[in-house]
Design a protein around this ligand. Structure first.
Ligand code: UDP
Length: 478
């Protein structure tokens, strides 16, 4: 599709303050700006400052004349860490305090369409309705988890929720339409689990479900997935809510429509963490398909004990590994040592490399990488799908429990270690995915990667849907 010369549409993209969300929103912003829509990406001040520090946003501004950035405060004090165990607090704070800022901007900037992170569904809908701006929700999670959240009230009605305890975790869930018998209680989003304080479900479940259902008040929904990947859930979603644009995998879509390799300017990496690119030279020096890449995303924290189980498992597997250990990843508890043990860093050197943050999409595409040990955040999952890399899943929270089940039981591109953190299990799974069952997983992963790439090339479902989305935005902007 040829970009339009000019557009009267002014689209505001409102992102949640978290790496995975910002990543998806920035990719969408670039795809829309490429088609000459006027785009303003709204982030919190904190996220914008980190993007400015660690990502190349000047190159984006130079490249896309119709793209600009704006900020709102997240309502937290300057000294708030906004990381580690407290990384989720900015999201909740914007939900509670963001409305006057959003309202003000929507009016002053003559916005014609608000594309809001679906996690901010109620805030976006109420504000936009007040000022008469049409809203589209962009959910940065997969369709299957989106549909699971949507179906939670039915699970209570049918008696499949609440979960009664650990002994109930293997029970099969039968009443999510289109996903019957796929999930066990263990595979439902983490918010469906009983809490340590004895509540039947997490207090956050109500919020997440009601934010999800806010989609029914919008003009359309965008999902970072593709039709062949999650057809059962998508058919159900479309039955309830017809205007759904599946335009993923967004990073691949962006790369195809606006390739950075041929551009003289370095592209933005969408990162709010400082990338350690030395890992690329290290990967260059490793044999073909010999390395397991290990990363648990931007939110996951773990105890020192868990960290040591992973380390022993990796070392004992005798495979090479590249491991992202963020500086805020260890949650040892008040006053306890949260640093990575020195002997662990030292002991890694023989066959591994430990770094703070990497250019993940490039790492997954590297010829030395054979497998990905992941927390199954949706971005990581779909990035691995595009790269055709089999996964070992250790989901942490939220949608990750669902995604890891898709990996192991639906796409069959890896193994799910869910709720277990044991060095022997790590060792065995690494060897199963990299050696014993290597061909089986590789073949399924390659098939899925072909479908992913096909979806964003001309004539593919996501390619067509992006063009439809652009027309739709023009239409509702008039
Ligand atoms: N990521 C990265 N470098 C790293 C680790 C992660 O660039 O060292 C990126 C990764 O490519 C993904 C995002 O961070 O796009 C993490 O998002 P995801 O949805 O997987 O998980 P979350 O961080 O939200 O838990």
């Amino acid at each position: 599709m040829k970009p339009k010369q000019t557009s009267s549409a002014h689209v505001f993209i409102f992102s949640c303050p978290a790496q995975g969300h910002v990543n998806s929103m920035l990719n969408l912003a670039q795809l829309l700006a490429l088609h000459n829509l006027h785009i303003t990406l709204l982030n919190t001040e904190h996220i914008h400052n980190r993007l400015t520090r660690f990502s190349n946003i000047e190159s984006l501004l130079a490249r896309y004349p119709t793209l600009r950035f704006k900020t709102i405060p997240d309502g937290l004090p300057e000294e708030h860490p906004r990381s580690g165990k407290r990384a989720g607090e900015p999201l909740l704070s914007v939900m509670a305090h963001g409305k006057p800022f959003l309202r003000d901007i929507l009016v002053k900037d003559r916005v014609t369409c608000l594309v809001a992170d679906g996690f901010f569904g109620k805030l976006a809908n109420e504000t936009a309705e007040e000022v008469g701006v049409p809203v589209i929700h962009f959910r940065t999670i997969g369709a299957s988890c989106f549909w699971t959240y949507f179906s939670v009230p039915n699970l209570f009605e049918s008696g499949e929720l609440p979960i009664t305890g650990e002994e109930d975790m293997e029970r099969i869930i039968t009443t999510i339409p289109g996903m019957e018998n796929l999930l066990r209680c263990r595979d439902l989003p983490s918010f469906c689990r009983p809490t340590r304080e004895g509540e039947p479900v997490s207090p956050l479940l109500k919020t997440v479900v009601s934010e999800t259902r806010q989609v029914l008040r919008t003009r359309a929904a965008i999902l970072n997935t593709f039709d062949d990947l999650e057809d059962p859930a998508l058919s159900q979603i479309r039955g309830r809510f017809p205007t759904v644009f599946t335009i993923g995998p967004l990073h691949q879509h962006r790369e195809l429509r606006a390739p950075t390799a041929t551009n003289t300017m370095k592209s933005s990496n969408n990162s709010i963490w400082e990338e350690d690119t030395s890992c690329m030279a290290w990967l260059d020096s490793q044999p073909l398909r010999s390395v397991i890449y290990v990363s648990f995303g931007s939110f996951t924290t773990m105890s020192r004990e868990s960290l040591m189980e992973f380390w022993y498992g990796l070392v004992n597997s005798n495979r090479r590994f590249l491991w992202v250990v963020r500086e805020d990843m260890i949650a040892a508890g008040e006053g306890k040592d949260e640093s990575v043990p020195a002997e662990l860093v030292e002991g890694t050197k023989e066959r591994g490399l430990m770094v703070g943050w990497v250019p993940q999409v490039d790492v997954l595409a590297h010829k030395s990488v054979a497998a990905f040990m992941t927390h199954c955040g949706w971005n990581s999952t779909i990035e691995s799908v595009v790269a055709g890399v089999p996964m070992i899943c250790w989901p942490y929270f939220a949608d990750q429990q669902v995604n890891s089940r898709l990996v192991s039981e639906y796409w069959k591109v890896g193994l799910d270690m869910k709720d277990v953190c044991d060095r022997k299990v790590v060792e065995n799974m690494v060897n199963d995915v990299m050696v014993n069952r290597k061909e089986e997983f590789l073949q399924s992963a390659e098939k899925l990667a072909v479908l992913a790439r096909k979806s964003v090339t001309e004539g593919g479902s996501s390619y067509i849907n992006l063009n439809r989305l652009i027309d739709f935005i023009e239409l509702i902007s008039q």
